[in-house]
Design a protein around this ligand. Structure first.
Ligand code: CA
Length: 238
């Protein structure tokens, strides 16, 4: 499951949210202010941030604006938490780049539903749901990749995560930098060339089902996974 950062200065609320999310299988980090949140994000990019509006010092909205202006954090899914229910505040939160907005008090069920909705839209691989593209099926819970319902493919752990990210957003072109963020957890010391090595291994793992062409190279842009590869489409074969 994905990693969620909870930025909330009221310890009781932060603890309640963290407990609830951990219970659902999420990995949870907590920060009590903008500086703590920035330190967490600098260390590892979360799959989703729950960001309280009213924080001591830098506010949640200011932090959201800062993150949206930074290429590294621009795409992190963000849900604002607030005690303010005014329409103008909601608009300000969404203007600052939030994907959604939750007014306190909210129920655990509502929080869960919003998180899942945002992740489905923005980072589906952070949810442990089986994904299917064409004849290929990947099940994160059992860690299995099958083709045509019968052929089980042997896929290494890194290639599995790579395939999960690609299958979660089929047809979409992922740059090497985006794949590094999603698959390797944003460790800046890994070279982009590493992505190419693992794409090659992934194609080799898919070859027994003749599915290696599903991972397409998009020249100058990155990689994408397609349901039906076009024969001999630039670099499709292993
Ligand atoms: Ca607060």
């Amino acid at each position: 499951m994905g990693r969620v950062l909870v930025v909330e200065d009221e310890p009781a609320i932060a603890e309640l949210i963290a407990l609830n999310l951990r219970h659902q299988g999420f990995e949870v980090a907590v920060a009590a202010d903008a500086e703590g949140a920035q330190a967490q994000v600098d260390r590892v990019l979360p799959d989703l941030v729950l960001l309280d509006w009213m924080l001591p010092g830098t506010s949640g909205v200011q932090l959201a604006r800062r993150w949206r202006a930074d290429p590294r954090t621009r795409e992190v899914p963000l849900i604002m938490l607030t005690a303010r229910a005014a329409e103008s505040d909601k608009i300000a939160g969404l203007d600052a780049g939030a994907d959604d907005y939750l007014t306190k008090p909210f129920s655990p069920a509502e929080l869960q539903a919003r998180i899942r909705a945002v992740l489905r839209r923005r980072a589906p691989s952070a949810l442990d749901l089986p994904v299917e593209v064409g004849a290929l099926r990947l099940d994160p819970a059992s860690r299995r990749v099958t083709h045509g319902g019968t052929v089980e493919l042997k896929v290494g752990p890194t290639e599995f995560r790579l395939l999960h990210v690609l299958m979660s957003q089929p047809e979409r072109v992922h740059s090497r930098a985006q794949l590094l963020n999603r698959v390797w957890g944003d460790h800046v010391f890994i070279e982009e060339r590493t992505v190419d090595v693992h794409v090659k291994r992934l194609r080799e793992a898919l070859a027994p089902a003749a599915a290696q062409g599903m991972v397409e190279t998009v020249r100058g842009a990155g990689y994408r996974l397609v349901a039906k590869p076009v024969a001999d489409a630039g670099g499709g074969a292993a």
